[in-house]
Design a protein around this ligand. Structure first.
Ligand code: UD1
Length: 386
C-alpha cells in the first residue's frame, strides 16, 4: 500500500448500470489529485449498451478493456477474472473499486482478494449492503459475496448497514457514502430535460408510461413474459407505453413467439442515458424490474411500479415513489398497481440521506481514510494475518 496521500485506484465498470456509478467516483479521484484508472470488462459491448454512456457521461477512454462479452454466468465471470488478473498485477493499485452487483463486480473483487497480500491492494465495494434476500437472483449472489470479500463496504442508504452487520461484517469496514447514481442523475438532468423527449416520442408530457424489463424472473419463462406483456397491453389502453427493449428481452420475445403482444406498445431501441432520464422525468409512471430505475424515479418524484417479488432498495418504497406489484405478476396485478400508483411529486428531490450529488466525493474520502487503517482492521471477516 502506498504510504503517500495520493491514491492509485483501479475502477471497474462492466455493464450498463455500472457506467453512471463510476463517473462520479472518477471525478472525485481527479478532484482530489488522485490517480483513477478505468477498466471496462466489456460485459456490455454494444454501442447502445455501452459506448453511448461513455460519451454522454464524459467518461475517459478505458485504460484497459477486457473484452469479455456475453456468455453463460460461469464463462463470463471466468473470462473476466482471467483477463483482470494481469491488469491488476501490472497496475498494482492501492484500491480496486467495484460497483453494483453484476458479474464483473464479483469477478474483479475475487481476483483482488486472492492477490491482496502479494500486491498489498484492497477492494472497495460501492453500493454495498443492498439485499433482496432472494438467492435465485444472480445479482444477490454477487452482492453478498462481493461484500464478504471487500475491505471497505461503501453503502448507498442507511438500510444497508444493518444487512452487513447481520452477516458479521465489522463496523470498521462499513462506511456510509450515499448514492453515486444520484450524483450522475442530478448532474445530467438539465441536459436530459433539454432533449424534449416527450415531443420526440410524440407522447403527451406527463401522460405516458415507460417500461423496462430484463430480469430472468420476468423474461426467461414464456408464461411469465406473456403475462407481463399482456398487462402492459392493458396499460396501453389507458396511456401510451414507451418500451426501450433490452437485448436480452428482445431475444426472449422472439424465441417464445410473443411478438404479437407488443403491437400496442411503442417499442424502441435501448435509450442512451440522457434519453432515458429525460423520458422518465416527464412520465406519468414507470414500470420496471431494474434496480437503478427504482432509485432514479424516487429522485425524480415519478411513480414507479416494480415488477418484482421484492426489492433490495426498500428506501425507494419508504422515502420514495416506488410500489411493488402483487406477486406473481399477472396482467390484472399490473393494472391494479397502476390504479393505486402514488401521485407524482411536483419537484424532484428525495430527502433520502446521502442522495445529494456528493456521494462520489465521499467514496474518495472513504478510500483515503481506509489507507490509514491497520491492515487487520480492513481484513475480511474472521481473517487474521497472524
Ligand atoms: C446484466 C446484469 C444485471 C443488470 C443488467 C443491465 C449480471 C449477472 N447481470 O444483465 O444485473 O441489471 O446487465 O443491463 O451481471 N447483450 C447485447 N449487447 C450488450 C450486452 C448484452 O446484445 O451490449 C445481449 C447478449 O446477447 C446477452 C444478453 O443481452 O446474452 C444478456 O446480457 P448479460 O450482460 O449477460 O446480462 P443482462 O441480462 O444484461
Amino acid at each position: 500500500m502506498a504510504s503517500g496521500t495520493t491514491l492509485r485506484a483501479l475502477v471497474v465498470a462492466g455493464a450498463r448500470p455500472n457506467f453512471m456509478k463510476v463517473a462520479p467516483i472518477l471525478r472525485g479521484l481527479e478532484k482530489g489529485g488522485h490517480e483513477g484508472i478505468l477498466v471496462h470488462t466489456g460485459q456490455h459491448y454494444d454501442v447502445r449498451m455501452s459506448d453511448t454512456f461513455f460519451r454522454e457521461l464524459g467518461l475517459p477512454e478505458p485504460h484497459h478493456h477486457l473484452g469479455v462479452g456475453s456468455a453463460s454466468h460461469a464463462v463470463q465471470t471466468a473470462r473476466c477474472m482471467e483477463a483482470f488478473e494481469p491488469v491488476l498485477k501490472e497496475v498494482r493499485p492501492d484500491w480496486v473499486v467495484v460497483v453494483g452487483d453484476v458479474n464483473s463486480t464479483i469477478a474483479c473483487a475475487l481476483v483482488t482478494s486472492k492477490l491482496r497480500e502479494e500486491l498489498d491492494c484492497r477492494v472497495a465495494h460501492v453500493e454495498a449492503g443492498l439485499r433482496s434476500h432472494d438467492w435465485r437472483m444472480p445479482e444477490e449472489v454477487n452482492r453478498v459475496l462481493t461484500d464478504r470479500l471487500a475491505d471497505l463496504c461503501l453503502t448507498p442508504s442507511e438500510d444497508a448497514e444493518p444487512n452487513l452487520r447481520a452477516e458479521g461484517i465489522p463496523p470498521e469496514r462499513i462506511r456510509f457514502v450515499g448514492n453515486v447514481m444520484i450524483d450522475t442523475l442530478l448532474d445530467q438532468l438539465p441536459a436530459a430535460r433539454a432533449l424534449g423527449m416527450p415531443g420526440r416520442l410524440h407522447v403527451p408530457s406527463g401522460g405516458y408510461a415507460v417500461v423496462t424489463l430484463h430480469r430472468p424472473s420476468n423474461v426467461d419463462r414464456k408464461e411469465a413474459l406473456r403475462e407481463v406483456l399482456a398487462g402492459l397491453g392493458r396499460v396501453a389502453g389507458e396511456m401510451p407505453v414507451v418500451f426501450p427493449m433490452h437485448p436480452r428481452t428482445r431475444q426472449r420475445v422472439e424465441a417464445f413467439g410473443l411478438g404479437g403482444l407488443l403491437s400496442r406498445l411503442r417499442v424502441v431501441e435501448p435509450f442512451g442515458y440522457r434519453e432515458m432520464i429525460g423520458t422518465m422525468a416527464d412520465a406519468a409512471v414507470v414500470l420496471t424490474d431494474s434496480g437503478g430505475l427504482q432509485e432514479e424515479t424516487t429522485a425524480l418524484g415519478v411513480p414507479c411500479i416494480t415488477l418484482r417479488e421484492q426489492t433490495e432498495r426498500p428506501v425507494t418504497v419508504t422515502h420514495g415513489t416506488n410500489r411493488l406489484v402483487e406477486w406473481p405478476v399477472t396482467s390484472e396485478g399490473i393494472i391494479q398497481a397502476l390504479r393505486q400508483a402514488p401521485a407524482r411529486r411536483r419537484e424532484p428531490g428525495t430527502g433520502v440521506p446521502g442522495w445529494d450529488g456528493r456521494a462520489g466525493e465521499r467514496v474518495v474520502e472513504g478510500l483515503a481514510a481506509g489507507v490509514g487503517l491497520p491492515s487487520e482492521a480492513a481484513s475480511p471477516v474472521g481473517y487474521s494475518a497472524a
